[in-house]
Design a protein around this ligand. Structure first.
Ligand code: GDP
Ligand code: MN
Length: 396
């Protein structure tokens, strides 16, 4: 589950990680009220207005702006809310902004220069351990840093049995070139950040930038937080944080009807039972020269109602030019699936893309006969390769 910046910051703060403070607002009036409250609480005179969407690079797209008075807060918030924000991380159409975070300005002048760092916490899959990845090049696109100046990216791997050790937190602060108060602040920041990562069952924390203020405080100015869906049952208070407006609408709908669906870029819709067979089917489609439009596992009960629900979900994607149904009848009998496909097809009425059905297993022969005699525009196959050839045929 991906979170908005303001939600990620709330989680960080709940574990004692220092953050740039802010209040979320749904419209320009709320933004002004939020700015007044922040001034009362923090003494800040300036405010940053930040678009809340599930994508980074907002600053580059005009989604992060500094407001120097309440009138500017109102103007900027009014302009950002409702805009279609296009950033290097969104699609070409961009993402609609529904809310902004009004945050205190933390780049105020003072005794020393401000500096921006990059710190993330994530799982190193090759060692099976969590690691802290960090760089002096904060505020920049980390992929560019990795490409052009890889020696400026450091990692610190954490032993799960003992957690983050004080010497490790000190090494991070040292490599970031800090000393004095800022050094001590950074060791506290890194330690609490790592603890927050583990305790919240996150799969990614990316804080870019982490800011050293002009008075040597270390804080999270941005927060990209992803919580592991498989651990959400342990965090009932996090489930409300899901913002369905930010997720793929077809995937959300599929989840509601209990289908395991992942939207992809191709043109061949897939309806398959079992995740393994679904993966193999996607490979098959690629081999036949097509590109899968989705991953869809209908699960064990491929009856007419479920097949119909699956058809509806697959056909929501306008890119779909053909549908391959690939069902193995082990527990479920192929003839029942075939009947389900025929019933669903008749019910839907307006399926205008070719359908290839491959049914294999119990009663496969009866199933093929049912499909062939149905009078519907459905091609049947029993062998995997045969199905692939037919996909190629209809796409040609
Ligand atoms: P992103 O562009 O989506 O990564 O959004 P960020 O939250 O990282 O903000 C983008 C940039 O806005 C940061 O790198 C900062 O340079 C700038 N910024 C954020 N907060 C403040 C602030 O309080 N004052 C000023 N002057 N700039 C800020
Ligand atoms: Mn950022």
């Amino acid at each position: 589950m991906n979170l908005h910046e303001y939600q990620g910051k709330e989680i960080l703060s709940s574990f004692g990680v220092r953050i740039q403070r802010g209040i979320v607002a749904q419209n320009a009036q709320e933004a002004v009220a939020a700015a007044k409250q922040l001034t009362a609480e923090t003494g800040t005179g300036w405010h940053v207005i930040k678009a809340q969407i599930h994508a980074g690079g907002r600053g580059k797209g005009g989604g992060v702006k500094l407001a120097k008075n309440l009138q500017e807060v109102e103007e900027i918030a009014g302009q950002i809310i409702g805009m279609n924000l296009i950033t290097p991380q969104t699609s070409a159409e961009g993402k609609k902004v529904h809310q902004v975070l009004v945050a205190e300005d933390v780049y105020y002048p003072g005794d020393s220069e401000t500096s921006e760092f990059y710190i993330s916490v994530l799982l190193n899959r090759s060692t099976g351990r969590n690691m802290i990845m960090y760089s002096t090049e904060g505020g920049m696109d980390i992929e560019t840093v990795a490409e052009e100046t890889p020696h400026l990216i450091f990692t610190e791997e954490i032993d799960p049995a003992v957690g983050i050790m004080p010497f490790q937190a000190r090494r991070v602060a040292f490599n970031l070139g800090l000393s004095g108060t800022a050094f001590k602040e950074m060791t506290k920041f890194v330690t609490s950040l790592y603890t927050a990562y583990v305790k919240s069952d996150a799969s990614l924390f990316e804080i870019n930038p982490v800011l050293k203020t002009s008075d040597d405080k270390i804080m999270a100015v941005d927060a990209k937080v992803t919580i592991d869906d498989n651990a959400l049952y342990r965090h009932k208070d996090y489930t409300d944080l899901r913002d369905l407006r930010e997720e793929n609408p077809i995937e959300v709908e599929a989840k509601e009807v209990g289908l395991n669906y992942v939207d992809l870029d191709g043109n061949v819709g897939c309806m398959v039972n079992g995740a393994g067979l679904a993966m193999a089917t996607m490979d098959l489609i690629k081999q036949a020269g097509g590109e899968p439009a989705n991953f869809l596992d209908v699960g064990g009960t491929a009856d007419a109602a479920r097949v119909e629900a699956a058809f509806k979900i697959i056909l929501k994607d306008p890119a779909v030019k053909a549908i391959l149904i690939n069902i193995f009848g082990g527990i479920v009998r192929c003839d029942r699936v075939a009947q389900g496909v025929i019933d669903a097809y008749k019910n839907m009425g307006d399926i205008n893309v070719p359908i290839i059905v491959r049914l294999q297993g119990t009663n496969a022969d009866i199933a093929k006969e049912l499909i062939d005699n149905s009078g519907l525009d459905v091609l049947s196959a029993t062998e995997f390769q045969e199905a692939a050839d037919k996909v190629q045929q209809v796409l040609a």
